[in-house]
Design a protein. Structure first.
Length: 290
């Protein structure tokens, strides 16, 4: 719940600032109200989709190197990897080796061509599960009870600060997918939980949306003299890209804030720079006309 409040707060703050800037201009640009609704709604939807993927359609647990799981992976899905934390004593938590687990997955499957020809594919993914502590009040009581998963495994409801408990991967194919644990080193977890979930909006489309509406914001700033609207549109329209790239369900409000950092650099750095150049160009053109 806090994550959605933070997400809405970030978007609302920039949206209100943008509206105030435009209302201070001599004229409101054409299509502005439709544009501001879209650039506000898309990042919120993207963040919601990243944080709330719905129920897993398939799941399995891997505990040691060479463990294998076969998952049904429908089109439009994503693979969610979550660390099942070990129950450690206070003394064990002081050992840095018990605060992270490195893992690597080898993923294979077979796609089909339009003619029905098998097209084998493979993919490798790796990551690190990092933890800072093991507080009882943070533990999820609805644990996955697979046959190969120890009953003492713990999964947090949300990642804490400086923790990384979960990652999401998009696979090259669909259908029956074989996932093998090719590397598993560290003392933070006792198993890696694999879940097939609904994927968030495709990053390619979000990038396209962001670039188009960043350009619209620059147009409003340079041609309609709406001060700093280009950078605001840049932030809002590109926020969805980084929400989908950065945020996994357990990341919560911390992930929402982290994803705002690269978005800020893009919107108030790169897009603002292009807007500045566009303003100077328009001013030079106006002087020539005079």
């Amino acid at each position: 719940m806090i994550a959605y409040v933070v997400l809405a707060g970030v978007i609302l703050a920039i949206t209100i600032s943008t509206i105030n800037r435009v209302r201070g201009a001599a004229r409101i640009p054409p299509g502005f109200w439709i544009s501001i609704v879209l650039v506000s709604a898309v990042p919120f939807y993207s963040g919601y989709a990243a944080l709330t993927p719905g129920e897993a359609t398939d799941r399995a647990a891997l505990q040691k190197v060479d463990d294998v799981a076969v998952l049904k992976y429908p089109e439009g899905s994503a693979l969610l990897v979550t660390g099942q934390l070990k129950k450690l004593s206070a003394k064990e938590l002081k050992n840095p080796l018990n605060l992270k687990t490195d893992y690597a997955l080898k993923i294979t499957g077979v796609n089909r061509s339009p003619e029905g020809k098998p097209l084998p594919w493979n993919q490798s993914e790796s990551g690190t599960i990092e933890r800072m502590g093991d507080k009882e009040e943070d533990l999820d009581v609805d644990l996955y009870e697979g046959e190969t998963l120890s009953t003492s495994g713990k999964q947090r409801n949300a990642s804490g600060l400086r923790e990384d408990l979960q990652a999401r991967y998009l696979l090259k194919g669909n259908g029956d997918v074989r996932v093998a644990l090719s590397n598993y080193h560290g003392g933070a977890t006792e198993a890696i939980l694999l879940e097939v979930i609904k994927a968030p909006p495709p990053t390619m489309y979000l990038w396209l949306f962001g670039l188009v509406f960043s350009a619209i914001g620059i147009y409003y700033e340079a041609w309609w003299k709406c001060e700093k609207v280009g950078q605001d549109f840049g932030f809002l329209s590109l926020y969805g890209v980084f929400l989908v790239d950065v945020v996994a369900p357990l990341d919560g409000y911390i992930g929402v804030l982290y994803s705002a950092m690269p978005t800020f650099l893009m919107g108030y750095g790169a897009v603002a720079g292009f807007a500045f150049l566009a303003v100077k160009y328009k001013e030079s053109q106006d002087k020539v006309v005079e």
